[in-house]
Design a protein around this ligand. Structure first.
Ligand SMILES: *Cc1c(COP(=O)(O)O)cnc(C)c1O
Length: 397
């Protein structure tokens, strides 16, 4: 049977090819270091796990959960949001649960993009923005995130006709894959633009708490009047080491919350109550593990910067957020060539920048989700295989 045209339109998954090669090496008994995945290596904090264990024993929690999330969950989100961002959200109208923000991003796009509608998408970016727009039949306009502009989209460079026809803009700060951050002044400009051109802003704030060196990430909803034009997607995945639990939430504009919740009620039946109760515990319980994890990421980051310097990557700015490092590949190599070399010669998985969009050419991403010992081993392998910033290209051609 033919698959749908919709599915056929999706570009081949870049990671699939890399993963095939990785598996082939593993099958030969080779120890491959995976610096490719963005999944915290630490466990979910025990007070959250314990809450889930107890909830699991209560048969009340074995039934269908309410659509849009348990009221207690939405109330916990509302209190967390007001203490964290000083923004008050009505739990009844401005919050809906998500089965992780990936699902929420897809359904946000499905709720707003019809065939031919235009979405403004950063490039490089988390691949879902683009693929879900394609699945919806929409058109994409790519906003180049360039190093010269601190990996923020140059809002003035977007043509007027594009702004006039765009329905939706996706943003993500702290950013995956570039680790860039945005301040409130940037979000103010975004909201101003949204107002002028009637564009819905969907801000993906998956890394809100993974920030370092005294930097605290703002919510776009802190901007005055933002609630009229913006929604924000949050996730417990990265903050609480809960990637496997599948839980997040969407907040902001009432009409959008209602529309997305309505679409979702036709597609899924919300989140296992046990997981929601664990999430309530996460949002209301002790938060000290966040600092502990961030200290670990900072320490790995500093190690990586030091080791990479020895390998010729001289001008790395320490990232103030996320467990990613967005690095230049050696000059005369493509991202794909470099990542193939890393895998085949040093047995290290790193995704090429182009996995996140064409403007990612010239870069690769490192995830700091492995121990310092493992990171050291990775850099030692690069040295042993002569993979330097300056001479890799010479050696490979
Ligand atoms: C990890 C990640 C997500 C997905 O988070 P889930 O809540 O686990 O679905 C969304 N956006 C970005 C940018 C991410 O890096």
């Amino acid at each position: 049977m033919e698959v749908s045209k919709r599915l056929k339109q999706i570009p081949p998954y870049v990671f699939a090819q890399i993963d095939q090669k990785r598996q082939a090496l593993v099958a030969q008994g080779i120890d491959v270091i995976n610096l490719g995945i963005g999944d915290p290596d630490g466990p979910t904090p025990s007070h959250i796990v314990e809450t889930a264990k107890q909830a699991l024993d209560n048969p009340v929690n074995h039934h269908y959960p309410p659509f849009g999330g348990m009221m207690e969950y939405k109330e916990a989100i509302s209190s967390w949001f007001s203490s964290r961002f000083n923004v008050n959200l009505n739990p009844k109208t401005q919050i809906t649960s998500l089965i992780g923000s990936k699902e929420g991003l897809h359904n946000t796009i499905m709720a707003y993009i019809d065939s031919g509608d235009l979405a403004l998408i950063p490039d490089p970016a988390y691949p879902v923005y683009r693929t879900s727009t394609i699945l919806a039949g929409g058109e994409t306009y790519f906003m180049n995130l360039s190093e010269e502009n601190d990996f923020l989209p140059d809002l003035e460079a977007i043509p007027q006709n594009v702004l006039n026809s765009a329905k939706l803009m996706l943003l993500n700060y702290p950013n995956n894959p570039t680790a860039a951050i945005a301040d409130l002044a940037f979000f103010e400009k975004v909201i101003h633009l949204a107002k002028k051109h009637d564009i819905l802003i969907a801000h993906d704030l998956a890394y809100s708490e993974m920030t370092f060196d005294n930097y605290k990430a703002p919510s776009i909803l802190e901007v005055k009047g933002a609630n009229e034009y913006a929604i924000e997607l949050h996730s417990l995945s990265k903050t609480y080491n809960m990637t496997g639990w599948r839980i997040g939430f969407l907040v902001g504009n009432e009409n959008s919350v209602k529309a997305i919740a309505s679409l979702k009620s036709n597609v899924d039946t919300d989140i296992f109550k046990v997981v929601q109760l664990a999430a309530i515990k996460a949002l209301t319980g002790p938060m000290d593990h966040i600092q502990t994890c961030n200290d670990i990421y900072v320490s790995r980051r500093n190690l990586a910067i030091n080791e990479l310097k020895k390998l010729g990557w001289g001008d790395i700015k320490p990232n103030k957020a996320t467990f990613y490092m967005w690095l230049k590949v050696p000059k005369s190599m493509t991202s794909a060539d470099f990542c193939t070399k890393m895998l085949e010669e040093a047995h290290i998985v790193v995704p090429p920048g182009t996995a996140y969009g064409p403007y990612g050419e010239g870069y690769f991403r490192i995830s700091l989700c492995v121990s310092e010992a493992r990171l050291k081993e990775a850099f030692a392998r690069m040295k042993a295989k002569n993979i330097y910033f300056d001479n890799t290209s010479v050696a490979s051609r």
